[in-house]
Write a protein that binds this ligand. Structure first.
Ligand code: SF4
Ligand code: SF4
Length: 131
């Protein structure tokens, strides 16, 4: 499950994310972090059961953290894609590949939101849901 956490300024010096790691005993994969004096934003993924997911959301919301679940990091507009392939070799995690029939295949689950493909696409067919 991928999620975006938005921490308000008041929590800047509180180890809320570390507490969550200890509480849920799961490895969190941080995909993006943007922290400054005004706010903190963390995009991460973790493997949780259905019941743990409810506890997870409650854990953060009770502490004043906004939780958004992200279905996909990469949004592909296939109507715009012209299969030029410009994005394929840029992807560091092989989330975009070329099939045997030369079509471009997107595996949004693999995306780690680096943004390289988004900037390279000549038709603006790609967008990240976290930016
Ligand atoms: S954003 Fe980065 S990781 Fe995601 S598909 Fe594009 S190049 Fe690959
Ligand atoms: S760069 Fe854009 S148009 Fe070209 S294959 Fe990738 S998504 Fe499609």
């Amino acid at each position: 499950m991928r999620f975006k956490l938005t921490f308000p300024k008041e929590l800047a010096d509180k180890p809320v994310f570390s507490e969550a790691i200890l509480r849920f005993h799961k490895p969190f994969n941080i995909i993006e972090a943007d922290v400054d004096a005004e706010k903190g934003i963390i995009v991460a993924s973790v493997d949780l059961s259905e019941s743990d997911l409810k506890d997870f959301i409650r854990f953060f919301e009770e502490r004043g953290v906004r939780v958004e679940l992200l279905a996909k990091l990469l949004e592909v507009d296939l109507e715009r894609c012209i299969s030029c392939g410009a994005c394929v070799s840029l992807c560091p995690v092989e989330a975009i590949t070329i099939a045997k029939d030369w079509s471009v295949v997107f595996d949004e689950e693999r995306c780690v939101a680096c943004g390289l493909c988004v900037n390279a696409c000549p038709t603006h067919a790609l967008k990240l849901s976290i930016r």
